[in-house]
Design a protein around this ligand. Structure first.
Ligand code: RTP
Ligand code: MG
Length: 147
């Protein structure tokens, strides 16, 4: 089953949106495999956003994402990587449609509340950057036949 790495960013934690954001993924029927509130290191942040090294916004992005706790999660489900990004919405708040997390709650780019992996390769790398294998729970969630 496909897994993705989702992370509520410091703005989402500060604004008290953890519960409402987590509910969107529960409502969709995905399975929560791991979750923890952590303040990530600069090294983890640089590994996480390695694709953006050298861009003008990179230093600001690293300082934002390490500025306070994030809520790090692993979710599982059919096509969970692409569907999570649909639920999250577009990066820029002006393009994030109402009904998406960013469209409903974010009002200033780049404070866009949540990260979601963009490919299976990114998901594997990102999960390994923030979770040890034994932190991933292997259990059966028995609603699969009903959604
Ligand atoms: P994320 O990686 O955080 O899930 O966001 P994303 O895929 O929608 O967007 P991405 O292109 O990967 O950019 C990563 C994060 O960098 C910040 N950003 N700032 N100032 C800018 O032009 C700019 N562009 C990107 C955003 O916080 C974005 O989520
Ligand atoms: Mg991205």
């Amino acid at each position: 089953m496909e897994k993705t790495y989702l992370m509520i960013k410091p703005d989402g934690v500060q604004r008290g949106l953890i519960g409402r954001i987590v509910s969107r993924f529960e409502d969709k029927g995905f399975k929560l495999v791991a979750a923890k509130l952590i303040t990530i290191t600069e090294e983890q942040a640089k590994r996480h956003y390695a694709e953006h090294v050298g861009k003008d916004f990179f230093p600001g992005l690293v300082s934002f994402i390490t500025s306070g706790p994030v809520f790090a999660m692993v979710w599982e489900g059919d096509d969970v990587i692409a569907l999570s990004r649909l639920l999250i919405g577009k990066t820029k708040v002006g393009e994030a449609l109402p009904g998406t997390i960013r469209g409903d709650f974010a009002s200033h780019t780049p404070l866009n509340l949540i990260h979601g992996s963009d490919s299976p390769e990114s998901a594997a790398r990102e999960i390994a950057n923030f979770f040890a294998p034994e932190e991933l729970n292997d259990y059966k969630k028995d609603i699969g036949a009903w959604i």
